[in-house]
Design a protein around this ligand. Structure first.
Ligand code: PLP
Length: 463
């Protein structure tokens, strides 16, 4: 596959900012795009000349950057052919990041399972299971038990919902993928929060959609900008409560004003994790056409792999029809256990919320002690905070952090065009002692980076 120079320029984003010579910044950025999978293995890059013109830089800068990548095994070149993307020998056979018992994994934003609660839910599910044995067990809409329990979850939040408004999926990510396959065609424009959840970006770009990023800043969502951008969009995807990665909550006044004239998917994966504010009203109360997706992955456990779509039955019918090419339904026992958890209101346990608050506090204290130059937005819910460094070092920090025993998700994964190079997302889903140790290690990484070291690790996956 050939990548055009303009596509590379878009992916590189603001590569010119930051310390060091331009060729080094360029090779660092290209290396991270390769390691991140945003430039595919085997792809051919534009010629040095074309890329230099598109970047508005000298051919020497591009040539030197390419040679560095060849020397380090990230590009292969042959006489008179364009450079081909590869990985250095041994990169893929190295132990996957995060599997080392000593490494603290801050790249995944999800809590460990609440053992007793989950155990009791599965015990109840196993008792109910035999009544499903008379049927074949394939159900593309999900079990009646879970569809009813999810409908009740919405009703408790003030949103009238019938079970036939619900289709059960294998997690919220699956819900998003199914909706994308149903609603998005190549070259469609999809409006996203910027920053946003990284797997949403990949889902839309793999569907060959074009992204319309609308900034979510420290002052939140801008209604006018959203409404202006949406005119060109075929779909909008928003995370109003609680936003990943910033942990912000869209204010009621914005919810009341917002009118988006295209199908709008609202991701409510974090909704039950309200830490400092009352539980927000569903956006669908104000915009009835909203398609909501959710799961219990953050409020209970990601390993359950259950989620849902709330939409009009006519849309669910279309989703049900695209589903069989990838899966034929969600495991029954997990659905029954999830129904128990929702009906017992265990997705918003006061103890869980209190634990998240103290972990968030431990993380904030560790940051102010060990990374005093780093600014953080105070999240009012969810499981992550968004940290801003004074310099654009995020990708290099993420590449080097595993050498110091910690993995993080770099800011640019949460945006497009290389944005957020000064940011990282930090989850507070680990015990306070581990969070403190992780931040100390991150501070060591930052110091090593300032001394001029470079990293070699493949960025960790995110969730
Ligand atoms: C905003 C958001 N949506 C969806 C997901 C995926 O959730 P699930 O595990 O239910 O597929 C995540 C997981 O990180 C998320 O943060």
């Amino acid at each position: 596959m050939k990548i055009g120079s303009h596509a590379v320029v878009r992916m590189l984003g603001t590569w010119q900012e930051g310390p060091g010579p331009a060729h080094q910044r360029l090779s660092d950025r290209l290396r991270l795009l390769i390691l991140d999978g945003r430039i595919s293995l085997g792809a051919t890059l534009p010629s040095e000349r074309d890329l230099a013109i598109a970047l508005g830089t000298s051919r020497t800068t591009v040539g030197t950057a390419f040679r560095t990548l060849v020397d380090h095994g990230y590009l292969a070149t042959q006489a008179r052919t364009r450079a081909t993307v590869r990985l250095p020998d041994g990169t893929t056979s190295a132990a996957p990041v995060g599997t080392d018992a000593e490494t603290i994994d801050l790249s995944i934003a999800a809590p460990a399972a609440p053992v007793e609660i989950l155990h009791a839910a599965f015990a109840a599910a196993l008792e109910q299971l035999p009544r499903h044995f008379e049927r074949h067990g394939y159900d593309r809409y999900g079990t009646a038990e879970l569809r009813e329990a999810v409908a009740r979850w919405y009703q408790r939040r003030g949103l009238p919902t019938r079970p036939d408004h619900i289709l059960i999926t294998n997690g919220a990510q699956h819900a998003l993928a199914l909706l994308t396959r149903t609603l998005v065609s190549p070259r469609d424009q999809v409006l996203i929060d910027h920053p946003t959840y990284p797997h949403a970006i990949t889902t839309f770009t793999q569907a060959r959609a074009r992204l319309l990023p609308v900034a979510v800043t420290s002052s939140g969502w801008d209604t006018e900008q959203l409404q202006a951008a949406v005119r060109a969009a075929s779909l909008a995807y928003l995370i109003p409560d609680f936003h990943n990665p910033t942990g912000m909550c869209m204010p009621t006044s914005v919810r009341q004003r917002l009118r988006l004239a295209c199908p709008t998917v609202v991701d409510e994966t974090m909704t039950d994790l309200a830490l400092d504010v009352p539980s927000p009203q569903p956006l669908a109360l104000h915009m009835p056409a909203v398609i909501s997706i959710g799961s219990v992955s953050k409020s209970i456990w990601g390993g359950l792999r259950t989620g849902w779509i709330r939409a009009l039955p006519s849309l669910l019918e279309r989703v049900e029809q695209v589903r069989p090419t990838t899966d034929l339904g969600t495991p029954v026992v997990e659905q029954l256990a999830t129904a128990v958890l929702l009906d017992k209101h265990q997705t918003r346990q006061p103890e869980t919320l209190q634990q998240l608050r103290s972990q968030r506090e431990a993380l904030r204290q560790a940051i102010s002690e060990h990374l005093p130059d780093v600014d953080i937005l105070r999240p009012v819910g969810g499981v992550t905070l968004w940290a801003t460094f004074p310099e654009p070092i995020s990708s290099r920090l993420a590449a080097m952090a595993p050498d110091h025993g910690v993995t993080i998700a770099a800011g640019p994964r949460f945006g497009v065009g290389g944005a957020f190079e000064r940011n990282i997302r930090l989850p507070y889903t680990l015990p306070p002692s581990q969070l403190t140790r992780a931040i100390r290690r991150l501070a060591e990484t930052e110091q090593a980076l300032a001394r001029g070291a470079t990293g070699t690790h493949t960025p960790a996956p995110t969730a």
